[in-house]
Design a protein around this ligand. Sequence first.
Ligand SMILES: [Zn+2]
Length: 257
Amino acid sequence: MIAFHNKIFDNNTIRKKEKAKWDFNVIVIDAGHGGKDSGTLGVDGIKEKDVNLGIALKLGKEIAEKMKDVKVVYTRKTDKFIELYRRGQIANEANGNLFISIHCNATPKKPSDANGSEVYLLRPGRTKEAISIAERENSVISYEDNPKRYQKLTDENFILVSMAQSAYMRYSEKFADLVNKEFGKDTGIEPRGVKQAGFYVLVGASMPSVLVEAGFLSNRKDAHYLASAKGQASIANAIFDAIKKFREVYEKNIEAE
Ligand SMILES: [Zn+2]
């Protein structure tokens, strides 16, 4: 006979523990690229990695100042190369409640007219444009030691690969929608909507997750706005306002469940 010495929890204790897991207290900010990976290059030599980090640090600072009960975790705070799979790991180890990956877009031709922000959810890409943006962002795995660790995100294996994410999809959708709306109110960047594609960086994080393409570095107006401290602060503020609204919805829903 096997003796069980485990502490037995009554249902209430288990419920409380389950809820504590959902308490909104950790936000993970992921500044895309870094180090040997500059990301996309914009007009006037503007590097995506620098813009992403600028926005990420300003966003983290604003959360630390205005949402004191929430801990900010960065996947990088300096100009450092971090593998894509590691970014999701950092988020999971921190028990994050929200994962925000910050990036900038560009067209191959520079300068060009394409402009505006997009917010991406992890789902099979449905437009040629969305697929090519995910391909560009995913291609940085060529800088990594073992790019084979990533499974190609085909329609067939998408559900399996993105399973860790699917439980949080309705929250990811809500947050993506809020970020898109706040861009329209607070920034000099035109919001181009919520889209979907297979970004590797979103695969591993087990929490509501979005990837923000904050604007086009190939567009002169967007690029100069994105590279300026004022522009970065406005974008950080737009994302912060979305977090504030998201938190209300999130906490209300968790309480009702
Ligand atoms: Zn990027």
